[in-house]
Design a protein around this ligand. Structure first.
Ligand code: CP
Length: 306
């Protein structure tokens, strides 16, 4: 049972709440197989996508999820809004609420912005990625995808490779996977490993060869190229040489290991194209599952007493 009207992070969710979202998403996945994919639960409700950072998957997925549930959807873009004229985040959010929004889906470069909005608005706030903090719906769709292949999470070995320090996807997945009993391994350069990992009950590997051994799930992360100039590693070529997921390295994992990536991918940097497009890749399934998971989140939050 989901008890909060907001989804701010995986950290705040119980194991039962996570499974409740995933079971609800499974029902919506069935709905999405039908000829008529639209259902009425959010008729008369308005969802505003408030994105202060670029997005392809998350924004489109939330828009489509809301439309499939019969809600009205407004997409807010910073470039065409009064933010350009100096309007504050708080005034923008209060304006959206005054226009009658029922949900705000927020992506922002600063950690904590969804939590701030949840304190000043009494409508549902959904975190679509806040700085390097959390990206809860990405972790939920990742769990859904893993479950659809492995039928369980408990006891699985999940190797997460890449820029852990700056990754909200990694953070949400670490919280989710450890709550559900997976063995989580991080594979990253020491410069991209946050100090907090010592307290999260996970294993850390500096070499990809060690970390991939007998993994059930391999999760590659986007290397944040915008940070490349800051000297976290010498070059993209060296990063790929040391941490890129190649066909040869994939052999070290279990034969039936699945390969995931939240997108957007940097081919030839985090992952070889042959692996990204290969038979073990579930990257496009993650995108497809995101729609059912986001429908479940909107549906469940709509049912919580405001
Ligand atoms: N995975 C993810 O958040 O992708 P977008 O940035 O395209 O939304």
């Amino acid at each position: 049972m989901v008890t909060s009207k907001n989804l701010l992070g995986i950290k705040e969710l119980t194991t039962e709440e996570i499974y409740h979202v995933l079971e609800t998403a499974s029902g919506f996945k069935d709905v999405l197989q039908r000829d008529i994919k639209k259902v009425p639960p959010l008729r008369g409700k308005t969802v505003v996508n408030l994105f202060f950072e670029p997005s392809t998957r998350t924004r489109i997925s939330f828009e489509l999820a809301a439309k499939r549930l019969s809600a009205d959807v407004i997409n807010f873009s910073t470039i065409t809004s009064s933010v350009i004229k100096g309007e504050t985040l708080k005034d923008t959010a209060l304006t959206i609420k005054a226009l009658g929004a029922d949900f705000v889906v927020i992506r922002h470069s600063s950690a904590g912005v969804p939590h701030f909005l949840s304190r000043i608005l009494n409508i549902s706030v959904i975190n679509a990625g806040d700085g390097a903090n959390e990206h809860p719906t990405q972790a939920l769709l990742d769990l859904f995808t893993i479950l659809s292949h492995k039928k369980k999470i408990k006891g699985l070995t999940v190797a997460i490779i890449g820029d852990i320090t700056h990754s909200r996807v990694a953070r949400s997945n670490i919280y989710a996977l450890t709550k559900l009993g997976a063995h989580v391994r991080l594979i990253c350069p020491p410069t991209l490993r946050p100090a907090e990992v010592r307290h999260l009950g996970i294993e850390v590997f500096n070499t990809i060869e060690e970390g991939l051994k007998k993994a059930d799930v391999i999760m590659t992360l986007r290397l944040q190229l915008e940070r490349q100039s800051k000297g976290y590693f010498p070059s993209l070529e060296e990063y790929f040489y040391l941490y890129g997921l190649t066909t040869a390295r994939l052999q070290l994992a279990r034969d039936n290991a699945i390969v995931m990536h939240p997108g957007p991918m940097n081919r030839g940097v985090e992952i070889e194209s042959e692996v990204a497009d290969g038979p073990q890749s579930v990257i496009l399934e993650q995108v497809t599952n995101g729609l059912a998971v986001r429908m479940a989140v909107l549906y469940l939050l709509a049912g919580v007493k405001k």
